[in-house]
Design a protein around this ligand. Structure first.
Ligand code: ATP
Ligand code: MG
Length: 484
């Protein structure tokens, strides 16, 4: 049974330039449709066009058939009554979609009351049943969002999104930045909805997730579909050159980076204990980060990776111990590449204006900015737009450009490629490796074990909550030793 059928759906910007060329696709009950592709190739815009949620400055053309009714993609108002009832969007950041002041079950009950018009008692009962079906009992249902683990919060957000009875789930990069265990959990969550006759459209850069989901695949590049068909067949024997390159760029297939002699110490932590909210995340850690070296950090969500980086940068005071940074180097040479690139740019300013300010501050010329744009494979036209008007992967690379203008001696890179397709990811990691070769010391956080294995000179695994040690006591940092 076909749940959604799109015919020649295309997306244009205000000047009439096509951002997505006509795409036709079909979503069947019980079979996932996975979209892979280049960053900036129009995956998110295509999904938005199918749901009638494009931003006002963009417009679409084409026909979308959902739940037996035909919709004109050029008339997004017509889609509104489908939201929550026929189509649910699985939010990538569950925390952002949950109300922090409302208990888990109440959030799901509210959706039942608002979208389906259930009376309070019936809504509460329905919410409890939804959560139970996802393995969350009464006790979990009484918790506030901050008391839930990331995986639990995602299940609550999922239940709330689907409470209106939507059969179609659209998930845009549902696993970006998640470690393998949580990625598998999300894959199970998405597949479970299919078992009861639902439909799933999943956009992802994660080749492992794509394989876990299976079903049909669309590969996109530069606003057009380059290949489509059964996922397993395409993974086994890709027809398009681009698809082959995409699969080859999987970090598991990268060669290992050659090790070089490390330079002098740039940042040191001695008997470092880093806490948040009174809980020690890292305890008694000794580490020395040297010029020219890439140190990989991994560990489950919430284990303190970002807090450790902030402590080394002097942005977060350690509970115990000391941090020493190399002397005679400007404060601005210690840089952080934020996990969430949105936080690197003011929302309402053109990206170019922000970057021009940063360039001026560091005495960099326009030509240097242009050279960096080219190195990062970014079109100069992006600079005229605001942060929300570029793709996730474009913004992530612009954040790296911003940091590079400061000529960092120490770079804390927190999941710097989580929003990139495998090919672009490889380019960005190569660039970070070049920075290291030029003498920068890099602390690289990633959930991707293969990526760290191929890239880092040595690695560190942080323990985390949810593990046995974490109940009250701090989980120790464990050095994994040298790679390569
Ligand atoms: N509001 C906008 N105005 C003009 N162009 C836009 C706007 N939003 C996105 N674009 C452009 O449209 C293209 C496709 O964007 P889209 O967000 O769909 O990419 P994507 O495939 O989802 O990429 P990623 O994998 O990086 O998320 C990009 O080049 C982007 O810069
Ligand atoms: Mg996107």
């Amino acid at each position: 049974m076909t749940l959604l059928q799109a015919d020649d759906v295309a997306v244009f910007d205000a000047s009439g330039r096509a951002l997505v060329h006509p795409v036709s696709l079909r979503l069947d009950a019980g079979a996932p449709l996975v979209v892979l592709g280049e960053t900036g190739s129009g995956k998110s815009l295509l999904a938005q066009a199918l749901m009638g949620t494009l931003p006002p400055e963009l417009w679409a053309r084409g026909r979308v058939r959902i739940a037996e009714a035909e919709h004109d993609a050029a008339q997004p108002q017509g889609f509104r009554r489908l939201w929550g009832r026929a189509v649910a969007v699985l939010p990538q950041e569950p925390w952002l979609s949950l109300d922090p002041l409302m208990r888990a079950r109440a959030q799901v009950a509210e959706a039942h009351a608002l979208v389906r018009g259930l009376a309070p008692v019936a809504a509460r009962r329905a919410a409890a049943a939804d959560l139970a079906a996802l393995g969350l009992g009464d006790e979990a249902g009484r918790r506030y969002p901050h008391e839930l683990s990331g995986g639990m919060a995602q299940r609550v957000a999922f239940a709330a999104a689907r409470a209106g009875g939507a059969r179609i789930v659209v998930a845009d990069e549902p696993t970006k930045g998640l470690d393998a265990a949580r990625r598998d959990e999300v894959a199970r969550l998405l597949t479970r909805a299919l078992e009861t006759g639902g439909g799933l459209l999943a956009i992802t850069h994660d080749l492992a997730l794509a394989q876990l989901l299976g079903g049909r695949l669309i590969v996109m590049r530069e606003g057009a579909v380059v290949e489509s068909g059964p996922l397993a067949e395409i993974f086994a024997a890709p027809q398009a050159d681009y698809t082959q390159k995409l699969l080859d760029a999987d970090p598991a297939r990268w060669p290992r980076r050659a090790r070089r002699a490390a330079g002098p110490s740039v940042v040191e932590g001695r008997r470092l204990t880093v806490s948040r909210g009174g809980r020690a995340l890292v305890e008694g850690l000794d580490l020395t980060l040297r010029a020219g070296e890439i140190v990989g950090v991994s560990g489950p969500s919430g284990c303190g990776k970002s807090s450790l980086g902030d402590a080394l940068l002097g942005l977060h005071a350690p509970a115990c111990g000391a941090v020493r940074r190399i002397e005679g180097v400007a404060r601005t040479a210690f840089q952080k590449l934020y996990q969430d690139p949105v936080s690197a740019f003011p929302r309402r300013r053109a990206l170019g204006a922000t970057l021009a300010d940063v360039a001026r501050r560091f005495g960099r010329r326009r030509a240097e900015v242009e050279a960096l744009l080219a190195r990062l494979d970014l079109a100069p036209a992006l600079l005229a737009r605001r942060p929300e008007q570029v793709s996730g992967g474009e913004l992530q690379r612009l954040a790296l450009l911003r940091v590079m203008l400061a000529e960092p001696r120490f770079l804390f890179a927190d999941e710097p490629t989580s929003r990139l397709d495998p090919i672009t990811q490889r380019g960005v990691i190569d660039l970070i490796a070049t920075l290291a070769e030029e003498g920068c010391s890099v602390l690289l956080v990633s959930h991707d074990a293969a990526l760290l294995d191929r890239t880092a000179d040595w690695r560190m695994a942080l323990g985390g909550h949810g593990t046995a040690e974490a109940a009250g006591r701090a989980a120790p940092a464990v050095a994994l030793g040298a790679a390569g």
